[in-house]
Design a protein around this ligand. Structure first.
Ligand code: FE2
Length: 198
């Protein structure tokens, strides 16, 4: 097995004005590509060569930090491209909406918690909506870590590394997070993941 950089599922300029073509070109072509290249190098001789990406992530967590961070960032970014779409945001499909209200109180409370998680993640990392033991949770992680290594299924994640927003928002991370939630999220894809994990 080797890891491969997937194409973006839309044009570089498709997420404007919320995420620029310049950001997507650097983020996908340079940053994601580097994670793939490094993960493939570190996979050699690691003992994880025959494993799936998810198995390599779960099994290298805590034992092979170099491979873990690069493989997890490959997974996170493959999902991140699909977690966004042109003209995203808006209404959340009914069954996921009901589950969010049941587990997190309301859509507004979920939005606040998700943006707060991303804002308060000190340094690089991610904010998440995940399903663990049948329950939704909003969490944050550092660097490449994700809910897979905590027994959860990632349903939605937002990259809060500066490379994801600095060109478009400079240091205004909360503004980027609000634009992500309100204008970029592909809720249909989040719902697909929710239904597959339920
Ligand atoms: Fe990133």
């Amino acid at each position: 097995m080797s890891f491969e950089l997937p194409d973006l599922p839309y044009a570089y300029d498709a997420l404007g004005p919320y995420m620029s073509a310049e950001t997507l070109e650097y983020h996908h072509d340079k940053h994601h590509f580097a994670y793939v290249t490094n993960a493939n190098k570190l996979l050699e001789g690691s003992g994880f060569e025959g494993k799936s990406l998810e198995e390599a992530i779960k099994n290298s967590f805590g034992s092979n930090p170099g491979l873990f961070n690069n493989a997890a960032q490959h997974y996170n970014h493959m999902q991140f491209w699909k977690w966004m779409k042109p003209n995203g945001g808006g209404a959340i499909p009914g069954n996921l909406e009901s589950k969010i209200i049941a587990d997190l109180g309301s859509i507004a409370a979920f939005r606040d918690a998700f943006i707060a998680a991303g804002t308060t993640q000190f340094g690089s990392g991610w904010a998440w909506l995940s399903l663990t033991d049948g329950k939704l949770a909003v969490t944050k992680t550092a660097n490449g870590e994700n809910p897979l290594v905590h027994g959860g299924t990632p349903l939605l994640g937002v990259d809060v590394w500066e490379h994801s927003y600095y060109i478009d928002y400079r240091n205004a991370r909360p503004k980027y997070l609000a634009a992500f939630f309100d204008n970029m999220v592909n809720w249909e894809y989040v719902t697909e993941l929710f239904e597959a994990a339920s």
